[in-house]
Design a protein around this ligand. Structure first.
Ligand code: PLP
Length: 402
């Protein structure tokens, strides 16, 4: 390092770049070098954005919607979000209680920036989405990881949760259906969370980005429905990235108490100003148009999930919880840890995912990225042919370990 190299802020050295994006970059580099890589690492649907949504985005540009918008998003889109909550759930929000952000991820970032002070603890049930802990850290808070167990189908056990509560706990984040497990939180787990939240005055952040993508006919339990008082203590995070295959448009939205949304707007006004104007009009078309698109995707994903889960469970020493939502499987490969390939020991999820990539040409995400080293995440938002070929390669690669 030269004497004049500028030092970085401490907050940057605390965190690592997103590991899911890192795997994706390595897979793409190998592919560019000519390797026949099957990519199961991507966290997005393999569907295109619906045509009427794309048309609305193009029309917005032609209509001159190319300038700054209101900080929390165009009023029409906030109204549309209010209407979706009312029609889909019976929840009453005002447009002032809605913020549109540059993707769901940025909405979460705004939430943590708005409520966390140095030393505040945020409970994060694991396996968790990769970005929660660094976002809490970037806000000066302390992530407190609460394990969820495979034997409980990755539902939150209230007795385990209770062990991680301290006087510094300020908030808890829930994500159901979950990325990476696809599991849903039970009504009884949410009930326990609501009771603790009301007693201790916590904020519950509920990441509902996969709410329209479930494989059961049962209603998805929600923290707002278990206790009416929770509305004062909950911020909902949602968006169009997953449910309308719009990851590249970067539109998410949050709903919560007036003063929290107002604080988030202050932060947004001094950082991004507002999400892209044409993308907001496209999201408006998504939320006000036909609502059957997520169901179309789910119907395509269902046979893929069934194939992947049953074939994984048929492999000696592998177990895989059946996901009831989203489009990921999270199998446990820990019985293979300690085995070797050509003298190299494979002792953790990073080594196994690297082995799958190098030897089987299968890209996946090591479970450690989600706080669960016994597991590997595969996305099944890809064609059945690719899934079948990938499964053969995984089986061969595991059989080659000794
Ligand atoms: C994809 C995802 C989001 C939001 O993604 P954006 O692309 O920023 O809208 C939020 N939470 C989870 C768990 C996700 O998987």
């Amino acid at each position: 390092m030269s004497k004049n190299q500028i030092a970085l802020a401490d907050r940057v050295t605390q965190i690592k770049p997103s590991p899911t994006l890192a795997v994706n970059a390595k897979a793409k580099a190998l592919k560019a070098a000519g390797a026949d890589i099957l990519n199961f690492s991507v966290g997005e649907p393999d569907f295109d954005t619906p045509e009427h949504v794309c048309a609305a985005g193009k029309k917005a540009i032609d209509d001159g919607h190319t300038r700054y918008t209101a900080v929390p998003g165009i009023p029409e889109l906030r109204d549309a979000v209010v209407n979706r909550f009312k029609e889909d759930h019976g929840w009453q929000y005002t447009p002032e209680q809605i913020q549109v952000s540059c993707g769901g991820k940025h909405g979460l970032y705004n939430i943590f920036q708005a409520i966390i002070n140095p030393g505040d603890e945020v409970l994060i049930p694991a396996p968790y989405w990769v970005s929660y802990p660094p976002m809490v850290q970037l806000a000066g808070g302390t992530p407190v990881i609460v394990p969820m167990e495979e034997k409980d189908d990755f539902d939150l056990n209230p007795d385990i949760l209770a062990k991680y509560v301290t006087g510094k706990t300020r908030a808890i984040i829930v994500n159901s259906p979950s990325n990476p497990t696809g599991s849903l939180l039970s009504g009884s787990a949410l009930d326990a969370i609501a009771r603790l939240a009301i007693k201790n005055n916590w904020l519950v952040i509920t990441d509902d980005i996969y709410e329209t993508m479930t494989y059961t006919d049962d209603a998805l339990p929600h923290i707002l429905d278990v206790d009416g008082r929770m509305k004062e203590q909950t911020v909902i995070l949602n968006g169009v990235s997953k449910s309308f295959a719009m990851t590249g448009w970067r539109i998410g939205y949050s709903a919560g108490p007036d003063h929290i949304i107002k604080a988030m707007n202050k932060i947004q006004s001094q950082s991004t100003s507002n999400p892209s104007a044409p993308a907001q009009y496209a999201a408006l078309a998504a939320l006000t148009g036909p609502q059957d698109f997520p169901q179309t995707m789910i119907e395509a994903f269902l046979p893929r999930r069934d194939f992947f889960v049953s074939d994984l469970n048929a492999i000696d020493g592998v177990s895989c919880v059946n996901p009831n939502g989203a489009f990921y499987v999270f199998p446990n490969f820990s019985s293979y840890y300690g085995k070797s390939f050509k003298g190299n020991a494979i002792n953790d999820s990073v080594a196994l995912a690297d082995y799958f990539l190098d030897e089987a040409k299968v890209a996946s995400v090591p479970g450690i990225a989600f706080g669960a080293d016994d597991f590997i995440r595969f996305s099944f938002a890809t064609s059945m042919d690719v899934l079948q070929e990938g499964m053969n390669r995984i089986k061969d690669a595991l059989a080659a370990l000794s």
